[in-house]
Ligand binder design. Structure first.
Ligand code: SF4
Length: 328
């Protein structure tokens, strides 16, 4: 066993402190973070790694990650967040990285009892068992409340200089941040859309309708208003200029892009085969979210696989018809 560890670095306060505690002991660290299709990573992790002076690798998760969102073994939180399964998945990737870079253990900034779903000692045990990392995860912030890890037993990490922090209060973490000279400690945030109940509805809708085969179908869930026309088609409407531009830029193969011609209104992306009825329904949705309709018949351009035509739309959908179609 050597003095090198792979740390799961989120860019938040806890993992930053965990890194500082071990770096102070002369442990060599490699940092990793994960890019999921749900925005579960912090952009500043790279910056934090740079400030810590450790090498940083961002790992995009594969489509296999979706399987654990769809069928979590250990349940979900208040949204559709399968935290225990997700942590297992991440520790598995960390283990691979550990083997690749010749490290001997994994380091995590988890605090016992801080998150009721995944930061309990029984969850730590489950994760260690499932990932084959039993005894190989060092949690510097709560180590003294846990069974000693192998690096602690072997004296590679000095257990006496680790901590016994537990629970949801941030007081001791902030005190430690001061000791380490961390100015403006970041506020706690998972940055994970899966924890939001409203977002969870959109993910469930995709799974339910089998529109879940491609990464962009998940990445686009963060953009616009989502409305389901029927089981085979849904519409995304931009809520502001930047979202309209994003939909126009993305316009994935097989989808239909719809843009107002003679008035200012939202851009729409129709996902699913663009039959006349669906195009008309999507056009009426555009009118429903348009502030000022033109004095003449509203025209909407639709583009799909090289076709580029104009559709004239008679009237907006009434709120009573629109409401049941809203996914969120
Ligand atoms: S909050 Fe999101 S990223 Fe964090 S463990 Fe849970 S599912 Fe994974």
């Amino acid at each position: 066993m050597n003095r090198k560890g792979v740390i799961l670095l989120s860019g938040g306060l806890d993992s930053t402190l965990a890194a500082k505690i071990l770096l102070r002991q002369g442990v060599e660290l490699e940092a990793i973070n994960f890019q999921t299709m749900f925005g579960c990573c912090k952009d500043d992790a790279r910056q934090v790694a740079h400030e810590l002076g450790v090498r940083f690798t961002m790992i995009p998760v594969g489509m296999d990650y979706l399987e654990l969102v769809k069928n979590p073994k250990h349940g979900v939180g208040k949204g559709i967040n399968p935290c225990v399964d997700c942590r297992s998945y991440m520790f598995r990737l960390a283990k691979k990285m550990m083997q690749t870079v010749g490290a001997s253990f994994v380091v995590s900034g988890e605090v016992l009892g801080q998150r009721p779903m995944s930061q309990r000692s029984d969850c730590f045990e489950t994760i260690e068992k499932e990932t084959g990392l039993a005894g190989l995860i060092v949690r510097p912030l709560s180590a003294k409340l846990l069974e000693p890890s192998l690096p602690e037993k072997e004296g590679i990490v000095d257990r006496e200089r680790l901590y016994d922090i537990a629970g949801r209060s941030r007081a001791r973490l902030l005190k430690l941040a001061k000791e380490f000279g961390i100015e403006n400690p970041p506020q706690p945030s998972t940055g994970c859309a899966l924890t939001e109940p409203e977002f969870a509805k959109k993910v469930r809708d995709l799974f339910q309708h089998g529109q879940d085969g491609e990464r962009w179908q998940f990445e686009i869930l963060k953009v616009g208003r989502h409305l389901r026309i029927d089981p085979g088609a849904k519409v995304i409407l931009g809520r502001e200029l930047s979202e309209n531009e994003y939909l126009e830029y993305l316009h994935p193969k097989g989808t239909t892009l719809m843009t107002p011609v003679n008035f200012a209104g939202p851009t729409a992306l129709l996902i699913g085969p663009g039959t006349f009825e669906r195009l008309e329904a999507a056009g009426r949705m555009i009118l429903s979210y348009t502030k000022h309709l033109p004095g003449e018949t509203p025209q909407i351009r639709w583009e799909n696989e090289g076709s580029n035509r104009i559709l004239e739309i008679g009237s907006a959908l009434a709120e009573a018809d629109l409401a049941p179609l809203r996914i969120t």
